[in-house]
Design a protein around this ligand. Structure first.
Ligand code: DLL
Length: 432
């Protein structure tokens, strides 16, 4: 049996005390060791000695991705260089990368948190874990690997190699767990189906994250492989990397590691806490991170707390899947739309496949047009079926999102598949 990385009942009872200790430590550590944080806290008129209860967290100033970019190349660094053993960076589509520093203790804490993910997914040391996410500056590959080694299962560290190599290893190594981005999981199972090797592989579980996935994607993955469990895994570079929580065996949301970070959910406009169960932006404060601690970091990710006790029996608190990002929202004819709403509508319509794309155009007369390409499910291709499907999608868009779109049904497997994070919304309104 593996050693347990899960906190026991007594330590859950002591969680508020542990969080307060961690919060006080983090604020003092950042204030005393990072000129950036010292200035930020001084500007906000907060002295670390004023943090006396968990409620005092709201006095602390919020931190944004912009702050990290301005303090480039070592933002938030709160230890001398001799204590830093590694950096990671997010790819940063806009401007400078976000670079984060790790001490050896940070790396160990991250490995322990990730080992807890595998424990929660009920792996054993007999499991063989094929890792299909990128290694390097990105936190993904090394995160999945370290956690697996700490847990004690066998790692097959492939990275996002070609589907050929993955399929061969799935057969030869008889891998039981596949770890990837959500897009890569879909791409792989479609390849497994195309090759007809379902009976020659031993996959039982998928752990995927790095981007949102739809119910349809889950269905396809389970249909093709017969996998028993699929687990959504969240994480971000700023907060160690992947493995900051995991969807549980009851598949009702994500348990997160409240003994390593405090999660607040704020209304992104008023920046006030939302009511329990309401959707808002995830704001995180680390409790033990040395290299680049986070104090009230605005992640831009949207979710909600799930306040009820979980059926799976795990006592750690829960949030819902990440429902979108506050900066993913686009405005179409004065309606605010999140890609998640589009997915939600599509997921309700039988006959729709797992991929879609939204293209936004502006006509010469200034009117905006939304063109949605939707893949049909395999075998739903007759002209009658196609026109019926397009009509149904259009009706539901009008009813549920209150927009009128041009819907084009395309054949299954014609929209691009990605090994990394997929882009599904293309706004051409600002193209020249
Ligand atoms: O994507 C870390 C990761 C790698 C997580 C592999 C899980 C698996 P970044 O590149 O810094 O880190 O991107 C972080 O990706 O703020 C979310 O917007 C999004 N994201 C990550 N996991 C999920 C998920 C990695 N499970 C950003 N569901 C985050 C939805 C996710 N979005």
């Amino acid at each position: 049996m593996c050693m347990s990385f899960m906190p026991v009942r007594a330590s859950i009872r002591a969680l508020p005390e542990l969080q307060l200790r961690g919060l006080k430590w983090t604020v003092a550590h950042a204030y005393n060791n990072s000129p950036f944080y010292r200035k930020k806290l001084d500007d906000a008129g907060v002295n670390p000695s004023r943090i006396r209860s968990l409620d005092d967290i709201v006095r602390l100033p919020l931190l944004t991705a912009q702050d990290l970019r301005e303090d480039y190349p070592f933002p938030l660094r709160s230890v001398p260089f001799e204590k830093i053993v590694r950096i990671h960076a997010s790819s940063g589509t806009t401007g400078k990368r976000k670079v984060l520093c790790y001490t050896q203790k940070d790396i160990d804490d991250w490995a322990d948190m990730f080992a807890r993910c595998y424990e929660m997914a009920e792996l054993t040391r007999e499991d063989r874990v094929q890792i299909a996410v990128g290694y390097g500056l990105w936190t993904a590959g090394v995160g999945f690997q370290m956690g697996c080694e700490r847990f004690g299962a066998l790692v097959i560290p492939v990275g996002p190699a070609n589907a050929e190599m993955h399929c061969q290893l799935l057969e030869d190594m008889q891998s039981t767990v596949f770890c990837s981005t959500a897009s890569m999981a879909l791409l792989m199972v479609e390849e497994i189906e195309r090759r007809g090797i379902q009976d020659r592989i031993a996959l039982k579980k998928f752990i995927f994250g790095a981007e949102r996935h739809s119910r349809r994607m889950r269905q396809r993955i389970q249909e093709i492989t017969g996998a028993e469990h699929l687990f959504d895994i969240p994480g971000l570079t700023e907060l160690y990397g992947p493995g900051m929580g995991l969807e549980c065996m009851a598949h009702e949301g994500v348990h997160y590691w409240a003994d390593y970070y405090i999660l607040e959910i704020l209304n992104p406009e008023t920046l006030e806490p939302v009511l329990p169960g309401e959707v808002g932006e995830m704001v995180v404060t680390t409790l033990r991170k040395e290299g680049s601690p986070l104090i009230r970091y605005r992640t831009r990710d949207l979710t909600r707390f799930i306040p009820e006790p979980c059926r799976c029996g795990n006592l750690l608190p829960r949030h819902d899947h990440i429902l979108g990002r506050s900066d993913d929202m686009f405005i179409f004819r004065a309606v605010n739309i999140y890609p998640g709403q589009i997915e939600h509508v599509l997921a309700q319509i039988p006959g729709v496949g797992s991929e879609y794309q939204v293209h936004l155009f502006r006509r010469e007369d200034g009117r905006d047009i939304m063109h949605v390409k939707v893949e049909a499910r395999p075998g739903n291709g007759s002209p009658d079926e196609v026109s019926h499907l397009a009509e149904e999608i259009n009706t539901e868009f009008r009813r549920q999102i209150m927009v009128r779109a041009q819907v084009e049904i395309v054949e299954y497997n014609t929209l691009p598949r990605s090994e990394r994070k997929s882009k599904r919304v293309y706004d051409h309104r600002t193209d020249d």
